[in-house]
Design a binder for this molecule. Structure first.
Ligand code: SF4
Ligand code: FES
Length: 258
């Protein structure tokens, strides 16, 4: 396959970016999208040009490091697929593809297709933990969790923190991401001691980092490679309201639950 790539090139946050066109020859349908870019970069390096900067780590769809926009779609055209797991067989000979970084006020451009997602780290630091005692692991069945609750918590825990939800949202909101983190721990009995503090602090930090607000466009859940359901936003809003009514230091008693 032969593809034409229009790639956003930007040396740093302080310099204007622009699209630069490259031709990718001899693209195998078995390559991943990132492997195709590796080959393009080999060619650029051989010619003494600056390779295209993009993030990746696991290349297995589990770490959340990769991500950029392909033809206007975060992570590209395949549903529930990170760009590292996107294969070239989903494209055809002669395709023209436009590659851009996540665009959001809270994500500072670093270089080319890489943005700084430290704003997510700030949100996690305010509530992405539980206060379980350290020591040997407790017996797994000593804290019973209803199947339905553990399934919902597990679904939320699947969030890999990639940022596609922010990139896809017309308001650059991080509510799917934050809602997933609040749900993941807030549903489980082990997450109850900080439940209201967690919702309050994570939402406050999300706002302080410059993310927008949800207007129910639901673009986030469509773009999410882990198909995090939009219900996590409603759950986060409920916990946030509860935290403001009860006071942030109010303790939750009893088991977890929606
Ligand atoms: S909610 Fe989905 S799109 Fe957003 S950061 Fe988590 S995995 Fe990525
Ligand atoms: S590189 Fe880890 S999810 Fe894509």
């Amino acid at each position: 396959m032969k593809l034409t790539l229009h790639v956003w090139r930007q040396p740093d946050a302080g310099t204007d970016g622009r699209f630069v066109t490259y031709v990718a020859d001899d693209v195998s349908p078995d390559m991943s999208f990132l492997e195709m870019l590796d080959v393009v970069n080999d060619g650029l390096a051989t010619d003494g040009q600056d390779p295209i900067a993009f993030d990746s780590d696991c290349r297995e769809g589990i770490c959340g490091t990769c991500g950029f926009v392909i033809n206007g779609i975060a992570h590209g055209p395949e549903r529930a697929t990170t760009v590292c797991q996107l294969h070239m067989r989903h494209f055809k000979d002669g395709d023209e593809l436009t590659l851009e970084p996540w665009r959001a006020k809270a994500f500072t451009p670093l270089k080319d297709l890489i943005v700084d997602r430290q704003a997510f780290d700030q949100i996690i630091q305010r509530g992405g933990f539980i206060s379980a005692s350290t020591g040997s692991a407790p017996e797994a069945n000593s804290t019973p969790v209803p199947k339905e609750i553990s399934d919902d918590a597990m679904d939320s825990a699947a969030c890999i923190g990639c940022g596609a939800c922010v990139a896809a949202c017309p308001n650059a909101a991080a509510m799917l991401f934050t809602g997933a983190k609040v749900s993941h721990l807030g549903l489980l009995p082990q997450g109850q001691p900080e439940r209201w503090d967690r919702a309050l602090k994570m939402v406050e930090t999300m706002d302080a980092q410059g993310f927008g607000h949800c207007t129910n466009a639901a673009e986030c859940t469509d773009a999410c490679p882990k198909e995090i359901p939009i219900e996590v936003i409603a759950r986060m809003n409920r916990d946030y309201i509860q935290s403001t009514l009860r006071g942030p230091s109010a303790k939750v008693t009893g088991g977890g639950g929606p």
